[in-house]
Design a protein around this ligand. Structure first.
Ligand code: DQA
Length: 143
């Protein structure tokens, strides 16, 4: 089984981006932890980050054919992007939405997600652990 891991806009700067909200783990730290867990779960992960919505849609088209599911932290696209919703649905694969922070405990504009109602599951508020919990949930769904 292969899982595509998608990190949306501004997640490349994790570690120094608003550490009071997002913590000090870097994106490389998170990807390493996911690789380790994937090994335990006998999954392969393929991670991608972009600040550009079009690039993300291109990646979904490309990887959609070879991934069995997706783990997605869409960043701010969560709250804005019908294109990302459509792109994920077009893959025909299950996906889990994750967030480091708890968007419901933040500004009102973060309370709506264009993805949650079509996600297999949603995990948020646990920092990097959200990704690991999400991968476990997705693995259980896939295997
Ligand atoms: C985020 C939450 C979003 O509201 C925000 O725009 C992000 C990060 C999170 O992981 O907590 O970029 O997805």
């Amino acid at each position: 089984m292969r899982v595509g891991v998608l990190h949306g806009p501004n997640l490349r700067t994790l570690g120094r981006r608003e550490p009071g909200i997002y913590g000090t783990a870097t994106l490389a730290d998170i990807n390493r932890a996911l690789e380790t867990l994937a090994g335990e779960l006998r999954l392969e992960v393929e991670a991608f980050q972009s600040n550009h919505e079009g690039e993300i849609l291109d990646w979904l088209e490309e990887v959609g054919g070879r991934a069995d599911g997706f783990l997605v932290n869409p960043g701010a696209l969560t709250h804005t992007s019908v294109s990302l919703r459509d792109g994920l649905l077009a893959t025909g694969r299950p996906f889990v939405e994750v967030h480091l922070s708890n968007p419901d405990a933040r500004e009102a504009f973060r309370h709506h997600s264009f993805l949650s109602d079509v996600a297999t599951g949603v995990v948020y508020g646990f920092g990097p652990e959200s990704y690991l919990l999400g991968l476990r949930g997705l693995a259980a769904r896939l295997t």
